[in-house]
Design a protein around this ligand. Structure first.
Ligand code: PLP
Length: 448
């Protein structure tokens, strides 16, 4: 695999990154959502192409779809950060935990016992049943039929990609409240659809309003894509707010794709509401969820989709050609995660710990003058940097260069993110303390 990466990097004329972190590597190999870069390098090296016997550059042969995917805002900061010592990174949106022990054991044992083959395309029936059962138990979801209405995928990443592939024709519009997880727009573009930005703002808790939604709808609108709790803002939506959105979706007969990958990571008194469980929504909603964040299982690559059989059947058709079946060991681990009470205890412990770190970071950011709205979900804070007089790119770059703290410019996540940076807090508390001290020094230097 490393050889393949090296080959790709060489072909792209990028240095082979011995010191590059895994995330960066994923980016290059798989367009990793956390640092999603579709690499369209401007080599401009026609001579090299000609001496290699090519009459037209390789770059000129890339598809329009790929060219239209915007470059990652994140990449530059990872590139810079990896060349520096003593950087505290608040940049990576991953749990800082290892997968809970019983889950880890279930995955490794299944492999050691010889379960190394494909599973059914849709995933093991036991896991699909466990997903359906969990959604009903936690959120009062409709009783999904594990045979036809649940699909086990390679993370929410795959589920989102195939949902777009299954639904979009050229020109179809997808409403995307922003700032949002960066794969959303890429997936729409790669499926030939058109992204319609709906910016949300801190003043309104980064919540999508029914008025905004109404305004963005056109005769070409096919899908509304929502993701709460939100990456990068940490925003959540309550039942009332979601009901208002549901009414608009019903009135305009929209398909809704709801990415709820952070469903368990909510704080204080917030209770997560599953969109598809709202009245009348199950028949028009593709619910996406996964193991990566809630169970500290990013590397196992297991997610799931649940929804109407017609839509899930279409997604399954793509999945069976693209993927065959999600990783077998990962499915065994996921099954344990959803059924073992010890895994549930571990989730609650992780949530409690993220909750403490959230409180510390959000309070700290507000104290040092970086106004931060109260994020009630996921593991991100999204402070405003406007009081420093800098834009989010200048802020992030100077903070990294001068104080060795890595954060991500908010506008990289879409409209509404201007003037903000994303700070991920799955970082050990002592490091979080140092990061805040450094940020304090930094903002004082710039007059806050
Ligand atoms: C909102 C959101 N959705 C989906 C994903 C993809 O998760 P995975 O493919 O690991 O399930 C991420 C990862 O950062 C995310 O933040």
């Amino acid at each position: 695999m490393l050889g393949l990466a090296q080959g790709i990097l060489q072909a792209l004329k990028l240095p082979f990154p011995t010191a590059i972190d895994q995330l960066e590597m994923n980016t290059i190999l798989m367009n990793s959502p956390e640092a999603p870069t579709v690499i369209v390098p401007s080599t401009g090296d026609d001579q090299r192409n000609q001496s290699a016997g090519l009459r037209r550059s390789l770059e000129s042969r890339l598809s329009d779809r790929v060219r239209r995917v915007p470059p990652s805002p994140i990449r530059r900061f990872f590139d810079l950060a990896t060349t520096m010592d003593d950087v505290i990174s608040l940049g990576i949106g991953e749990p800082d935990y290892v997968t809970p022990k019983p889950v880890l054991n279930a995955g490794t044992n299944s492999l050691l016992q010889g379960d190394t083959s494909y599973t059914s395309n849709a995933g093991t029936l036991e896991l699909r049943e466990a997903v359906a059962g969990m959604l009903t138990k936690l959120y009062d979801a409709p009783a999904y039929d594990a045979g036809t209405e649940v699909l086990i995928t390679v993370g929410v990443s795959e589920a989102m990609y195939i949902a777009m592939q299954a639904l979009l024709d050229p020109g179809d519009e997808v409403l995307v409240p922003q700032p949002c997880f960066v794969s959303y727009t890429a997936d729409v573009i790669l499926a030939g659809g058109t992204v319609v930005d709906i910016p949300t703002y801190a003043a309104n808790n980064f919540v999508l309003t029914p008025e905004q939604l109404e305004e963005a709808i056109t005769p070409r609108t096919k899908i509304l894509l929502i993701g709460y709790p939100c990456n990068p803002t940490g925003a959540v939506m309550n039942c009332e707010e979601l009901l208002a959105i549901a009414q608009v979706a019903e009135r305009h007969d929209l398909i809704v794709i709801s990415d709820e990958i952070y469903d368990r990571l909510v704080y204080d008194d917030h209770e997560h509401v599953m969109f598809a469980a709202l009245p009348g929504m199950a028949e028009r909603t593709i619910h996406l969820g996964g193991m990566s964040k809630d169970y500290a299982m990013t590397g196992w690559r297991i997610g799931y989709a649940a929804g109407p059989a017609e839509l899930l059947g279409a997604m399954r058709r793509i999945h069976q050609y693209l993927i065959m079946s999600a990783p077998t060991g990962g499915q065994a681990a996921a099954l344990r995660a959803l059924t073992d009470p010890a895994a549930e205890t571990a989730v609650q412990e992780m949530v409690a710990s993220y909750g403490e770190r959230r409180r510390f970071l959000v309070d700290g950011l507000n104290e040092i003058g970086l106004d931060c709205f109260e994020p009630k979900g996921a593991f991100y804070a999204f402070p405003s940097v406007k009081r420093t007089g800098m834009d989010e790119f200048e802020f992030a770059e100077k903070l990294l260069n001068e104080e060795r703290v890595a954060v991500i410019p908010g506008s990289g996540f879409g409209a509404g993110g201007e003037g903000h940076v994303r700070c991920a807090y799955p970082v050990e508390m002592p490091k979080l303390e140092i990061a805040l001290e450094r940020m304090y020094r930094f903002v004082r230097r710039y007059g806050v």
